[in-house]
Design a protein around this ligand. Structure first.
Ligand code: PMV
Length: 312
């Protein structure tokens, strides 16, 4: 049996604007992860994919509702094709995950990454991080419609990335490590729907939205520089600026505002939504001294789960 893992992620700066060509910054979150195992099954069983948390048992090639393609099916088929394997084999692929679903933490991309890595290891294919990222991007298209590619990049490379759509992810320096607190609003958010809404707003008010996206891009660029020189206070301030722009873009929500406000009152350095918005997670940049206060404040403001992570 072969096992492989993939981590979660959060977007620090630049969500939505990244879809329109602006830079964004994302970091891996290793406190949550997906495990995928691959083992040979009895002869004639074919390929079965079991995802316990999703309550899915899928046989490769079986159609799903409306004759759509299942993302797990697509991931396995694309990987087989990439490593030159025929589909007529007997395998059991099992996936389990601690990454919350539909909360902007990259659950879909992480499931696909763990499967690709496990298949690559099982068959000795030696796929690189870049190969894995490319394969997972194809699954992301099925999940999200028009993904920028930031999720598959940060998860496949498992390091902080500065990302511009259509270009390879750039590794960047973290001058001084810093702490993030990630608080779940408890509300699911459909990336596909929110991204589609933003596209509608952009079509209706193109000039205003182009300016908003460019402003978000400038914030991401400035944030990269402040993180590289270890200026955590400035990175926090820029998170607040990014949040104000996300409010204007129209992807915040009452739950998000409540958590952002609670983190600020408790003395964070900056806070914002992360991912598509309208639910999902809020992230707060904190000093080691403020971490426990911010965590407690987020919990009493209604966060259903709070995770702490270190960006290094
Ligand atoms: O909801 P998530 O974490 O998958 O993030 C979506 C990020 C967007 O910028 C809104 C979309 C994208 O494809 O980059």
């Amino acid at each position: 049996m072969t096992v492989a893992y993939a981590c979660g992620k959060v977007i620090l700066f630049g969500e939505h604007a990244v879809v329109y060509g602006q830079p964004a910054i994302a970091v891996p979150v290793t406190q949550v992860r997906v495990a995928a195992t691959v083992e040979d099954a009895s002869s004639g069983e074919g390929v079965t994919i079991v995802a316990r948390n999703l309550d899915v048992v899928h046989r490769l090639g079986d159609s799903i509702q409306d004759d759509g393609v299942h993302p797990l099916d697509l991931t396995v088929r694309n990987t087989f094709e990439r490593i030159g394997l025929s589909e007529g084999r007997d395998l059991l692929i099992e996936v389990s995950s601690t990454i919350p679903i539909a909360r902007g933490m990259g659950s879909g991309a992480a499931v696909a990454t763990a499967i690709v890595r496990a298949l690559s290891a099982h068959f000795g294919a030696g796929l690189t991080a870049s190969d894995v990222s490319e394969l997972v991007y194809k699954t992301e298209i099925l999940h999200h419609g028009t993904p920028s590619g930031i999720d598959n990049s940060v998860i496949a490379f498992e390091r902080p990335v500065y990302f511009v759509k259509g270009e390879g992810p750039q590794a960047f320096e973290v001058g001084q490590s810093f702490s993030l607190v990630i608080a779940d609003t408890g509300a699911s958010s459909s990336t596909r729907e929110v991204v589609r809404d933003v596209r509608d707003y952009w079509m209706a008010e193109r000039e205003r939205y182009d300016t908003l996206f460019a402003d978000v891009g400038s914030v991401a660029m400035a944030a990269r520089a402040s993180i590289a020189r270890g200026d955590t206070a400035e990175a926090g301030r820029l998170m607040n600026v990014n949040q104000a722009l996300l409010e204007e873009i129209g992807v915040s929500s009452a739950e998000i505002r409540a958590l952002v406000e609670a983190a600020r009152q408790a003395g964070d350095l900056g806070a914002k939504l992360s991912g598509a918005g309208r639910g999902g997670n809020v992230i707060a940049l904190v000093t080691p001294a403020a971490r426990q206060w911010v965590t407690a404040a987020l919990q009493s403001a209604g966060a259903i789960r709070v995770i702490a992570t270190e960006v290094v």
